[in-house]
Design a protein around this ligand. Structure first.
Ligand SMILES: *Cc1c(COP(=O)(O)O)cnc(C)c1O
Length: 385
């Protein structure tokens, strides 16, 4: 018998920031009192810092998909032609969501593990000058691929279309210049880089997108983007906000200010690089070769081993939850997350356990090779500081 702490190593929900947990257990608080309004205003200010933009950030009491839905329902009309960059399960969600609201998506589909290229978007826009929106994921969490959001933004900015970015795992893991790159709608979620439980969704909206929204005719009621964005400015949500999550968010954002927005991104990017190098040192193949994400690293299970067996061994042997592949990728790949409250300590342990697990499943492993790769990255980045 030995102690086995439960550890969540998935790309959402992610490990919780302990001071945020304490903040969430604060005593009774009414959302229309000055105490809470001050909390909300502070959160709005800090969300703007996280986004690196002065635009108001609407906060919804929902999972991330709620803000995705708000973008579609508030800013588009039935019958509008849009482009969806579909590089994985979350891209597929854009396709379904736009169709659900009567839009007509032109789907640029890439095989799992591969990003949509900016040139493909440019070409689709040229061929379809009546397109009014482009949808993409900054980081496609299901495959571990990131998109070239900067190039996409600059292409879409030259047209009348607006760019809607699902940055739910992109925020805090890769640079996003919201104003400079022309990112019209940028969506985030609480259970990813901001280190708190699921239940909040964020959306920042450009003037170009608000202007488009003025003319839009889709229906919505609760997911009113403008009301939530305006409410964020004066600390008054149009409906009852989840006060405990807001208190937790405030504490987590304070920490993010301390380490810096760029520090948070660099942390994810460095752990991502170390994870890739560890995987390769163990003779494993990466699933996302082009534009690997900072949020999560997807790794192919070795020949003859089902990735579900690796996921199960992590849970059974170490009480650690890692992510399997989704959909047809289930059984083929496993995913190691490193967004938000992840550190080198987590990765050293994860890779050491992976070595033991792979060896137990019959993959030839020389113990320590993966861990050594992480140690080399750690030594390199700390020497520079
Ligand atoms: C987690 C995630 C979402 C949101 O999913 P919800 O379950 O609605 O929170 C959307 N897009 C991406 C890329 C994600 O990683």
């Amino acid at each position: 018998m030995h102690v086995r702490k439960l550890r969540l190593l998935t790309p959402g929900p992610t490990p919780l920031f302990p001071p945020a947990i304490r903040a969430m257990s604060a005593p009774d608080m009414h959302h229309r009192t000055k105490d809470f309004i001050d909390v909300y205003k502070g959160v709005t200010k800090d969300l703007k810092y996280l986004y690196g933009s002065d635009r108001s950030v609407a906060v919804f009491a929902s999972s991330g998909s709620g803000a995705m839905e708000a973008a579609v329902s508030n800013l588009f009309s039935p019958g509008e032609k849009v482009i969806v960059c579909q590089a994985g399960k979350f891209g597929e969600r854009w396709t379904k969501l736009t169709k659900a609201f009567g839009l007509e998506p032109i789907v640029i589909e890439q095989p799992y593990g591969t990003p949509v290229e900016p040139e493909q978007v440019e070409q689709a826009l040229q061929e379809n000058p009546d397109v009014s929106g482009v949808f993409l994921q900054a980081s496609e969490t299901s495959t571990g691929v990131s998109h070239d959001v900067e190039a996409m933004g600059k292409i879409v900015a030259k047209t009348d279309a607006i760019l809607v970015v699902d940055a739910i795992t992109g925020l805090g893991t890769q640079p996003l210049d919201v104003d400079g790159w022309g990112l019209d709608v940028v969506i985030g979620g609480s259970q990813k880089s901001v280190m708190i439980p699921p239940g909040l969704a964020f959306a920042s909206v450009s003037q170009k997108a608000w202007d488009k929204g003025e003319k839009a005719s889709n229906r919505y009621f609760y997911f009113n983007l403008k009301a939530h964005a305006e409410g964020a400015e004066d600390g008054n949500s149009p409906f009852t906000p989840p006060t405990s999550l807001m208190l937790g968010l405030g504490a987590a954002l304070e920490y993010i200010r301390e380490i810096g927005r760029d520090g948070l991104i660099e942390n994810a990017q460095t752990l991502a690089r170390a994870t890739r190098e560890a995987a390769q040192a163990l003779g494993l193949e990466l699933f996302a070769v082009k534009n690997p994400a900072g949020s999560v690293t997807s790794i192919k299970a070795p020949e003859g081993i089902d990735s579900s067996a690796i996921v199960k061994a992590f849970r059974d042997d170490y009480n650690a939850i890692i992510a399997n592949g989704q959909g047809s990728m289930k059984g083929q790949i496993f995913r190691i997350a490193h967004l938000g409250y992840f550190d080198f300590h987590d990765l050293f342990a994860t890779i050491a356990e992976l070595e033991l697990i792979l060896s137990g499943l019959g993959h030839k492993v020389e113990f320590g090779q993966g861990v050594a790769a992480v140690q080399r990255v750690y030594a390199e980045v700390t020497a520079k500081q």
